[in-house]
Write a new protein. Structure first.
Length: 255
């Protein structure tokens, strides 16, 4: 049975910032990719979780157990959310369960489109409720409220290096195709040449494959081939492929 998560957290990225959290000390931050925004020009706010040592939180599809990190934004009038990017996850095995999530830190980037009538010099506050389940031997629901402050301007400056580096590590689009034979799935992804990758793994967006079965992979002529075990009829196979080096660092991720 899925573990339930109900938590709301709030942190303020404005002067005299507050940080209200409870539980095992995972902390949330909301980082804008620019301090100044221009009319109709997209920008990002990035949720960052600093995860308590030895614990993990869950990706958008948690796997056999757990609940995903939940982020609910309260946007100023006329602002529209237009897409989300999750940082590449890892797989955790807890008893008979295969779970997908993060240790140490996680990032969730939300693209936002401001309206045409941005007021130059005006401050705009983006509020958010964040909730997550922090797990190790036990699971603790946590929450915070977080906020980010941006200001209307005639033009938007360059993204700060710290946030730019986060966005660069988000999954990129790649062409893919899969074949199924019984409970076996062969997934081919146009990754380019990543022969130095020591590990490759597919993370499904839902109940499509066995979350505990081993995944075999091989690179051939700019393609990654992954062998997976289906969990049920998989007419659509959607998810994220993550390539890692021998240290476990993410080299590249593809959606």
């Amino acid at each position: 049975m899925k573990r339930f998560l109900s938590l709301f957290c709030f942190l303020f990225f404005i002067p005299a910032a507050q940080n209200v959290h409870a539980g095992v000390d995972t902390k949330a931050f909301l980082l804008p990719d620019v301090q100044h925004i221009a009319a109709s020009r997209d920008f990002y706010v990035v949720l960052k979780l600093d995860i308590a040592h030895g614990r993990h939180v869950y990706w958008k599809y948690a796997g056999d157990a757990g609940e995903p990190v939940d982020l609910t934004l309260k946007l100023p009038r006329g602002f529209v959310e237009s897409g989300r990017l999750w940082s590449p996850p890892a797989r955790f095995t807890t008893g008979p369960f295969g779970e997908y999530g993060y240790a140490d830190e996680m990032f969730l980037a939300v693209k936002i489109t401001p309206p045409r009538d941005i007021a130059v010099g005006r401050d705009y506050v983006i509020d958010a409720d964040v909730s997550w389940m922090s797990c190790k031997d036990d699971c603790v629901p946590e929450n915070q409220k977080v906020s980010a402050l941006v200001q209307g301007a005639l033009s938007a400056p360059q993204t700060p290096k710290k946030v730019s580096e986060i966005l660069e590590k988000m999954p990129e689009y790649a062409e893919s195709v899969f074949w199924r034979n019984g409970d076996k799935i062969l997934l081919a992804v146009e990754t380019g040449d990543f022969f130095k990758a020591a590990d490759a793994a597919f993370f499904p967006n839902g109940d499509m494959i066995s979350n505990t079965a081993p995944q075999q992979f091989v690179f051939q002529k700019g393609r990654l081939f992954l062998t997976l075990r289906a969990s049920k009829e998989a007419r659509v196979l959607a998810g994220t492929v993550v390539l890692r080096n021998a240290r476990g660092d993410v080299l590249k991720a593809f959606d």
